[in-house]
Write a protein of this length. Structure first.
Length: 210
């Protein structure tokens, strides 16, 4: 008969995971002591989020992989600068956002959207936008696809701030922390980015009737 205070031989799955998975701080300490193989634990833990972030800014999977690789290279080189005053994930995501911004600036392309390339749904949405901009729904699938096209045409700073503010739904203070920009600068760039999007939309709507 088992003793009242005996420890069960089989722990629940979650408990096993908790015991076996070291905290980020412990992994970092091990890496800084010279146990560099431990860094792979961080790579496995946070790569899915890094890939999801990079895919917001790059089209080709090869570009996404390059961005993630660059983030991890920077993280490894600068690991000693991590002070632990915020979670490692926050520190890593700041690095990821800034790396994505560098990617946008270094790979800025002139991507013209041709009216004939638009789907019927996107063209119909443009009709609604031209007739009544304030009533054009942003929840429609066609609208979301059109917005993705427009994002490709934005300047790097505008695309970054719109992605963080409107798509990831981050606050102005969060964006300032991620980018290193001041709060007033984030607000100014958000205002300019929205104006840039409106200009592109209006330009597409005019082109439709040429």
């Amino acid at each position: 008969m088992p003793q009242p205070n005996s420890v069960p031989l089989t722990l629940p799955y979650d408990a096993v995971s908790t015991v076996m998975e070291p905290a980020d701080e412990d992994v970092i300490s091990a890496v800084l002591r010279g146990e560099t193989a431990s860094f792979e634990l961080l790579v496995n833990r946070y790569s899915p989020r890094l890939f999801a972030t990079a895919r917001r800014y790059a089209r080709r999977e090869s570009e996404v992989e390059d961005i993630v690789q660059e983030v991890w290279s920077k993280a490894f080189r600068k690991l000693r600068t991590f002070r632990g005053d915020a979670p490692f994930e926050h520190w890593l995501m700041r690095m990821a956002v800034r790396t994505c911004y560098d990617f946008l600036r270094n790979h800025q392309r002139s991507r013209e959207t041709i009216i004939s390339d638009l789907s019927d749904g996107e063209t119909e949405w443009l009709d609604h936008f031209e007739a009544a901009p304030e009533q054009a729904s942003e929840t429609a699938e066609a609208a979301r696809e059109l917005i993705r096209r427009i994002l490709d045409r934005l300047s790097p700073a505008a695309r970054l701030v719109i992605t963080l503010l409107e798509i990831e739904e981050r606050s102005v203070k969060e964006i300032a922390a991620l980018t290193g920009w001041s709060v007033p600068l984030v607000k100014v760039r958000a205002f300019r980015a929205r104006a840039e999007m409106r200009r592109i939309l209006k330009g597409l709507a005019r082109e439709k009737y040429l």
